[in-house]
Design a protein around this ligand. Structure first.
Ligand SMILES: Cc1cc2nc3c(=O)[nH]c(=O)nc-3n(C[C@H](O)[C@H](O)[C@H](O)COP(=O)(O)OP(=O)(O)OC[C@H]3O[C@@H](n4cnc5c(N)ncnc54)[C@H](O)[C@@H]3O)c2cc1C
Length: 298
């Protein structure tokens, strides 16, 4: 008999999000496999609460008043990764909780190229699919062959890229299905192991030079507007170094807000509003958030 699932209460999301700030989720559940997750959802004891899937929390802020939701944490249990060959084609499967950098290294070590860009994105495969994460001219969905999803009722499905509208940092199902990602098959080109490893090293070095990685942050806070860079608009508005509480607009990369220690979610959100309003009054451009902010104010 399966043991009863352990529903965690009042889960401190500051420990689960890259900004290391914010309130608690009402309930949390960390399945150890997709089968366990399916059973759990089929007999969900809190169907009254919205479900939120969280990978590595690298693009997420929960407000200080907390989140009335049941959070499913994918990164511990949904961690399968393998490679299969079918009709001379090689497919990489990665479960939702696998870190994107791990998939990048796995593909490189197998002698395949294309996944290198994922090495510097500190999110999970599920988060990468949900956000269509990308950088250096590549995006996660450029390589998706099929995805595995789960419905609110625990039903597992397989879906094709053609089932989705895939945009810059945004993915939605064409017929509005609100399934969650539990894994994906990716197809990369045959390459050279050492060349891909070197490329990963170069890209990581570039990131260390360009991004303030020594303090908690959530990557780029705003989407780049068409034909512009959010960082340039913020810098040109003289906002580098702007501080609210322990949250500061990075001097190194103006589209990053760093937590210098003990910032609240409110400090971060206040800065976000101030940046939006200063940039809009200076340049007329309304910056749109890339980070997802959820939950209640205190
Ligand atoms: C230092 C740093 C650098 C970054 N650089 C980049 C970059 O170059 N390019 C880029 O695109 N992003 C970048 N990011 C942002 C972030 O890493 C990506 O958006 C990543 O894809 C988020 O993955 P995650 O697992 O952390 O998602 P989370 O933060 O856990 O979740 C983000 C959103 O995705 C949803 N989600 C998560 N998992 C699932 C799932 N299984 N099914 C359905 N929805 C799900 C969540 O509900 C939430 O709405 C960076 C972040 C940091 C901190």
């Amino acid at each position: 008999m399966n043991p009863q699932p352990i529903l965690l209460e009042h889960v401190a999301m500051e420990r689960q999000t890259a900004w290391r700030a914010g309130g608690a989720a009402r309930f949390g559940y960390a399945p150890s496999s997709e089968k366990e997750l399916s059973v759990f959802l089929k007999s969900n004891s809190r169907p009254d609460l919205p479900l939120l899937f969280v990978g590595l929390g690298s693009n997420l802020l929960i407000r200080d008043g907390g989140l009335k939701a049941l959070v499913i944490f994918t990164h511990r249990g949904l961690s399968d990764m393998d490679v299969t060959v079918q009709n001379n084609d090689t497919f990489f499967y990665a479960s939702a909780g696998v870190a994107l950098p791990k998939l990048a290294r796995f593909a490189a070590n197998m002698g395949f190229e294309g996944a290198e860009f994922m090495a510097g994105i500190p999110g999970s495969v599920g988060g990468g699919l949900a956000m269509n994460a990308g950088c250096y001219g590549s995006e996660v969905w450029d390589y998706v062959e099929r995805v595995r999803t789960i419905t609110l009722d625990g039903e597992i499905k397989e879906r094709l890229p053609s089932d989705y509208i895939v945009e810059y940092r945004k993915v939605s199902h064409k017929r509005g299905r609100n399934d969650f990602f539990i894994g994906g098959w990716f197809r990369f080109n045959v390459g050279e192991k050492q060349k891909s490893r070197n490329r990963i090293k170069e890209l990581l070095k570039q990131r260390v030079q360009e991004q303030p990685l020594s303090k908690p942050n959530s990557g780029s806070v705003f989407r780049n507007p068409d034909g512009e860079f959010a960082a340039r608009l913020i810098e040109n508005s003289g906002l580098k170094g702007l501080q609210r509480g322990a949250a500061i607009v990075s001097d190194k990369h103006a589209n990053f807000i760093i937590n210098t220690g003990g910032a609240t979610a409110k400090n971060i959100e206040d800065l976000i509003f101030e940046i939006q309003s200063a940039v809009e009054s200076r340049s007329g451009v309304k910056l749109e958030k890339e980070v997802h902010i959820l939950g209640d104010h205190c």
